[in-house]
Design a protein around this ligand. Structure first.
Ligand SMILES: [Zn+2]
Length: 434
């Protein structure tokens, strides 16, 4: 039996389930794994520990719809323990992990391993997904019911687009029957064509094969159409282009069950921002899939975030070793880490600048992100799981490679001055980061 009191924090009323975005001083007591009381008046009683949160913002634990924790198979990049530590350092208490491990999470054993490993660690809740096709090969569908039974909260071939239209339609039909969302890494490979960065002025300037913008939107349009046909929940992972956003906006207006997430890097960077190495080649820490797009695409992502077309923010946390990322951009692997910088980036660039309210920012990173998977979260209310974090909105800090709890440091945001560092994270009533 453990009782903890967090006193003198501030939050916004919306996160207490009270509607408005007014700020309010708050005291919260937890008992075991639940929130036991929430009050604007000081809470009396005996507690095993008391956390003085004066000046800090109390938020529901954040939820990330897309991370790659690399275990099993590539533990030198990240494992479930180091990934979980990176998550809670970023204020996340729940993450959804992608199936592109080695072996692939295309069978109940691997899915159950991921779920059990994270339960045993007790740092961050890791909800696995199951692969859509065996080995992510895009040919034979997996057993969705068995994957769900083992703990999968969604079906996805993330890391690869599903090229076969018939297979994708069949997957949506089956997922619909099991009430599982299908998460789509939308990429038509005939149009991405083995490129390393977005096809545009920068790819042409450096003589690199480019990934066409419509390699994404063609698949997003397909997914929206098939979602309408089947009634399945179709979710677009890491959306990055204006045409994809237009397709989602159109589908939502028609009432089709389509959702979309965007990553901080697609909101804040474009292909013009890819940094040069000393030898004037492009730095692979700015390489991910989908790639950093054009400035117009970045602005379309920002607009979609602010007008509510976007349902959630996802990091697509994808660790790789320094040696792998030191390769030429053509051959280096895709992906950047993101768990520890996500909230500070969104807070510093959108909330602090007055474009997005603090309540909306947190909803995009908790309640709405969890709702994609039918997870109840995102509110500081009596009886809810005691998944909470304290964020420092006032003290500036500089992101450096020592900052990361992740095993990897492949981030294009090293050197940035940000606000919103985590001071404490609690998962199920246990303090897991201070
Ligand atoms: Zn992906």
């Amino acid at each position: 039996m453990s009782k903890i009191l967090i006193r003198n924090a501030f939050t916004v009323k919306r996160l207490l389930g009270l509607g408005s975005d007014d700020r309010v001083t708050i005291h919260v007591a937890t008992e075991n794994n639940r929130i036991a009381s929430v009050s604007e008046q000081p809470i009396e009683g005996h507690f095993d520990s008391v956390i003085d949160a004066t000046g800090l913002f109390l938020s529901p634990g954040l939820v990330d719809p897309q991370v790659h924790f690399r275990e099993p198979g590539s533990e030198y990049k990240e494992d479930i323990e180091s990934g979980s530590k990176a998550a809670v350092k970023g204020g996340f208490t729940s993450v959804i992990s992608m199936p592109n491990t080695r072996p692939t999470a295309d069978n109940p054993e691997v899915v159950a391993f991921m779920a059990n490993r994270s339960k045993k660690l007790g740092i961050c809740k890791v909800y696995p997904t199951g692969a859509l096709s065996m080995g992510l090969a895009g040919q034979t569908m997996t057993d969705f019911a068995a994957l769900k039974e083992a703990g999968a909260v969604a079906i996805t071939d993330d890391g690869k687009g599903v090229q076969d239209d018939k297979l994708f339609l069949q997957a949506l039909r089956s997922a619909r029957q099991l009430n599982l969302p299908v998460l789509d890494h939308s990429e038509d490979e005939s149009l991405s064509n083995g490129g390393a960065i977005h096809e545009g002025d920068i790819s042409r300037k450096f003589g690199l094969k480019g990934i066409k913008a419509n390699s994404e939107s063609m698949h997003v349009e397909r997914g929206c159409r098939m979602s309408e046909e089947t009634g399945a929940h179709y979710h677009v992972l890491h959306i990055s282009t204006r045409e994809s956003i237009d397709a989602v906006r159109f589908a939502k207006a028609k009432g089709i069950p389509v959702t979309a997430e965007v990553s901080p890097h697609h909101l804040l960077l474009c292909d013009e921002d890819i940094r040069l190495r000393k030898d004037n080649s492009l730095d692979a820490n700015w390489k991910m899939n989908p790639p950093l797009r054009s400035r117009a695409d970045k602005e379309a992502c920002q607009q979609a975030l602010l007008d509510g077309t976007i349902d959630a923010i996802a990091t697509d946390h994808a660790p790789h070793s320094p040696t792998e990322k030191a390769q030429p951009i053509e051959s280096a692997p895709f992906g950047i880490i993101g768990l520890e910088t996500a909230f500070p980036l969104i807070y510093s660039h959108f909330v602090r600048t007055g474009q997005l309210s603090l309540g909306s920012c947190i909803d995009l990173m908790s309640k709405q992100a969890g709702a994609l998977f039918n997870l109840e979260c995102g509110r500081i209310q009596v009886g809810a799981a005691a998944d909470l974090c304290l964020l420092d909105l006032e003290t500036a800090f500089v992101v450096c490679d020592k900052f990361f709890a992740s095993k990897s440091t492949n981030s294009p945001f090293i050197g940035e001055t940000l606000y919103g560092r985590t001071r404490m994270t609690m998962t199920e009533g246990r303090v897991v980061y201070t």
